[in-house]
Write a protein that binds this ligand. Structure first.
Ligand SMILES: [Cu+2]
Length: 117
């Protein structure tokens, strides 16, 4: 059977696929398992970067981040605070160090963020 998995979900889907194969020996839940890649665990990363700008109401912050090993090369992209207060005291051009979770559905949520001098 043909299975098309978006690249971002590949690692996750493999885990789901394995679960599906295992459960297929017991019950026909194979297709159901594949249809739910969102159920897999999010991955957490640590990174450094420079704050470029903020979204309306500081709903997100655009950070020019350094290379993030195992995730992606240096670029500018947005991160959503888990709680608005995380961005208090942080302004454009600040050098920051942060931890975030990639939720596999296109969201990157900040777990922690600190200014570096
Ligand atoms: Cu990026």
């Amino acid at each position: 059977m043909a299975l098309v998995v978006p690249a971002r979900l590949a690692v996750c889907a493999r885990r789901v696929l394995l679960a599906g194969v295992l459960s297929a020996t017991l019950a026909p839940t194979y297709i159901v398992a594949i249809a739910r890649p969102a159920a897999c665990a999010s991955k957490q990363y640590h990174a450094k970067g420079v704050v470029k700008s903020f979204g309306a109401n500081r709903a997100y912050v655009n950070i020019a981040h350094d290379d993030i090993p195992g995730y992606m090369m240096a670029m500018t992209m947005s991160f959503e605070p888990k709680a608005k207060a995380q961005l208090d005291g942080i302004t454009e051009k600040d050098h920051v160090e942060f931890d975030f979770v990639d939720s596999d559905d296109g969201h990157r949520v900040l777990i922690a963020i600190q200014k570096k001098d």
